[in-house]
Design a protein. Structure first.
Length: 429
């Protein structure tokens, strides 16, 4: 989109954009980044970011928003410690709507998530010209609102939502398949987190090919990294939640006893609902208490600096669902920008980035012995580690950064607006 971008409704040169996410802005790096990019190119800066946060626990603006002209509106939802009765009511509504979906096949936004309750009405009230929706909870409300006010709708498909593994029930998978099959085709533009997700969505739903935009850090986060030292070899695994499951944490814990005692493992993220008991129990069982370290989560803009403190970054997704096979987590790009060599599982999305960057090594997904062997190889070859570090960071500076991906994002939205205008003109003729 350029300064001459056209209003999709009335033909003037000022458009309003509503970017919406079902997460809190400080936990969602993509939505604030998209909002700021659009505000930089839209006259009058009529961009609003709508996010969701637990009542009484909201944080301030992420740093990317603080110096921008983006407006922010936060929807507060109840949780156990604040508004327990309201939370029970919202969950009852969600259960009722899911029951109706099973009976009738008709999907209400509240069936997907209780955070979607009332969201459609709010988006309609915004009367935006362009809606940019993030996370599957917001897809249906954004499409319904866009139809009501004749707006362009963009959906950022960060995951392959209908197959995300052990976190989903069969009912949830069925709802999301229905949602994707019915409403992705209603979008003027679908974005994807990788080329592999884009291709998989086309194959599954026969939609216009989504534009792949990687979830990458800005160039301003690049750091100077020292060559490998002879101190402890520090493995780094980061996730939103530190827990056992499909993200491969158990695999590296079981690999650690096969490695030299000078190899440490550092875990970053919030602890799961059990307070980390299952992870700590396995660590104790494997006699790794003195080799595994926990670190509190950080804000998205701190990711690259945090990663630079370690020797090797880990992307350990198991090949157990289509989401892990096709998506590319933002952490691999943070690692590369920090000059961290990466050990990654050999799945399609990660394989492309490793091949393109030369900044890491692949192992057989789910194989503890192969994972241990690849880590041991890097541990015993510091010159290989340094070479991977340099290649990976060079890739990050050349193309694995937001400044590079931003151009694709802006061009894709501008094309969607112009395409909508062309269709409207053809209908009038």
């Amino acid at each position: 989109m350029t300064q001459s971008a056209v209003h999709p409704k009335s033909g003037d040169c000022s458009i309003s954009v509503c970017v919406v996410t079902s997460y809190e802005a400080i936990q969602e790096p993509r939505a604030p980044r998209h909002a700021v990019a659009l505000a930089e190119v839209i006259p009058a800066s009529r961009v609003t970011l709508i996010d969701c946060a637990p009542r009484g626990k909201a944080h301030g603006d992420p740093i990317i928003l603080r110096e921008s002209s983006v407006g922010r509106q936060t929807i507060f939802f109840p949780h156990r410690r604040s508004g327990g009765a309201r939370l029970l009511w919202r969950r009852a509504v969600r259960s009722f709507r899911r029951g109706m979906f099973k009976l009738t096949g008709r999907l209400h936004p509240a069936a997907v998530s209780d955070r979607a309750i009332g969201l459609t009405r709010l988006l309609i009230k915004k009367n935006a010209d362009v809606y940019v929706a993030h996370n599957i909870d917001t897809l249906l409300p954004a499409v319904l609102a866009a139809k009501q006010v004749n707006a362009v709708v963009v959906f950022d498909c960060m995951e392959f939502y209908s197959d995300m593994g052990d976190m989903q029930t069969n009912v949830e998978k069925a709802m999301i398949r229905h949602l994707e099959s019915q409403y992705l085709k209603e979008c003027d533009l679908v974005l994807a987190s990788s080329d592999e997700v884009s291709a998989a969505l086309v194959q599954a739903y026969h939609i216009r090919r989504p534009t792949a935009v990687y979830n990458v850090p800005p160039l301003t986060t690049v750091v100077t990294r020292k060559a490998c030292s002879r101190g402890p070899f520090r493995l780094y695994w980061r996730n939103s939640v530190v827990g056992l499951g499909d993200r491969g944490l158990e695999d590296v814990l079981r690999a650690l006893p096969l490695l030299s005692e000078s190899v440490e493992l550092h875990l970053q993220g919030r602890l799961g609902p059990d307070g980390g008991r299952a992870v700590r129990a396995l660590i104790s069982h494997l006699n790794l208490v003195n080799r595994v370290y926990f670190h509190a989560p950080h804000e998205p803009h701190e990711a690259v600096v945090a990663a630079a403190n370690y020797s090797v970054g880990l992307c350990l997704e198991r090949k157990v669902n289509r989401n892990h096979e096709f998506t590319v987590s933002n952490k691999i790009f943070d690692y590369l920008m920090a000059g961290l060599p990466v050990v990654a599982s050999n799945v399609a999305g990660l394989r492309r980035v490793i091949a393109r960057s030369g900044g890491g090594i692949l192992y057989e997904p789910g194989s503890v012995t192969d994972l241990a062997a690849k880590i041991a190889y890097l541990h015993s070859n510091p010159t290989v580690v340094d070479a991977m570090s340099k290649r990976g960071q060079q890739f990050a500076i050349a193309e694995g950064n937001w400044e590079h991906e931003r151009g694709k994002f802006i061009a894709a939205i501008n094309d969607a607006i112009q395409r909508r205008l062309g269709e409207k003109h053809r209908r009038q003729v």
